[in-house]
Design a protein around this ligand. Structure first.
Ligand SMILES: C[S@@+](CC[C@H](N)C(=O)[O-])C[C@H]1O[C@@H](n2cnc3c(N)ncnc32)[C@H](O)[C@@H]1O
Length: 244
């Protein structure tokens, strides 16, 4: 496996900035990109490991939906060794999944791990004790999100847990703007230039569609989840747990 490269995809003027896609160029820089772009990313990952230790039951499935390079799977697997549970990691980017396979193969684990190259909206969820969707729902078309969450609810065993991490939007606009500014300041502190920040924002607009915390919680409740609550927030990034 080659070392993760420094993300400079948006460092030079691009003219007409193309819409963001999870292609090979993104795969090559992804670990650097996500850790310098999402405040709290490592904290969220390590606590997914902690939550997996608490909630993954023997002879059940643990899903990582939108697994990218398998960072969430890698955080969870060591904590569920010996339980005879199966990790199922899904992503619809063939480039991501191919690199993910290489990474997982070079990391020793006794946990059976299945990789599925598919749209998470089309994947059957069953016998799940934990479903993790870290920074993925925000890329699913708005009109498919409710059906996806209903399907996840149906596939979870009673007492089981869903983790959703997302970028959020806020009202009023003054608050939204403040939290976006704080996020951009975080990115500047991570070494991104103003040009990189603005071109990435243009590229991802309409591709990543954030929703408010209220929208997430109300939809989770409408699906039947209880005790849906944020357990982590940094600026406009949040991770929620919800229980069946
Ligand atoms: C921001 S990344 C997720 C990061 C990853 N969960 C982690 O913690 O490192 C979003 C991922 O979701 C995948 N994705 C987006 N929409 C998807 C869909 N409808 N079905 C499957 N994967 C999807 C993308 O290919 C991408 O790899």
């Amino acid at each position: 496996m080659s070392d993760p490269k420094h993300d400079n995809l948006f460092a030079n003027p691009l003219g007409d900035v193309p819409g963001f896609i999870f292609d090979q160029a993104v795969v090559d820089v992804f670990p650097d990109m996500i850790s310098r772009s999402v405040p709290g990313y490592q904290t969220i990952l390590s606590h997914c490991g902690e939550l997996a230790a608490r909630y993954v039951q023997s002879h059940t499935h643990c899903y990582d939906l939108g697994c990218s390079l398998g960072a969430s799977t890698l955080a969870m697997r060591p904590n569920i060794e010996g339980r005879d549970a199966t990790m199922i990691a899904v992503d619809n980017s063939a480039a991501m999944l191919s690199r993910c396979k290489t990474i997982l193969e070079t990391t020793s684990s006794q946990v059976e791990t299945q990789l599925i190259n598919a749209d998470i909206c089309d994947v059957y969820i069953s016998n799940a004790s934990l479903v993790v969707m870290n920074f993925t729902l925000q890329f699913v078309p708005l009109d498919k999100r409710l059906a996806l969450l209903e399907k996840i609810y149906q596939g979870l065993n009673p007492g089981s847990c869903l983790i959703i991490s997302e970028k959020l939007c806020f009202e009023p606009e003054s608050l939204n703007s403040l939290l976006n500014d704080l996020h951009h300041q975080f990115k500047r502190a991570q070494g991104y230039s103003d040009l990189e920040i603005s071109q990435k924002r243009d590229s991802i607009e309409n591709v990543l569609v954030p929703e408010s915390l209220d929208t997430h919680i109300q939809r989770l409740r409408a699906c039947g989840f209880h005790s849906a609550s944020p357990w982590f927030q940094c600026f406009n990034f949040c991770s929620l747990v919800a229980f069946k």
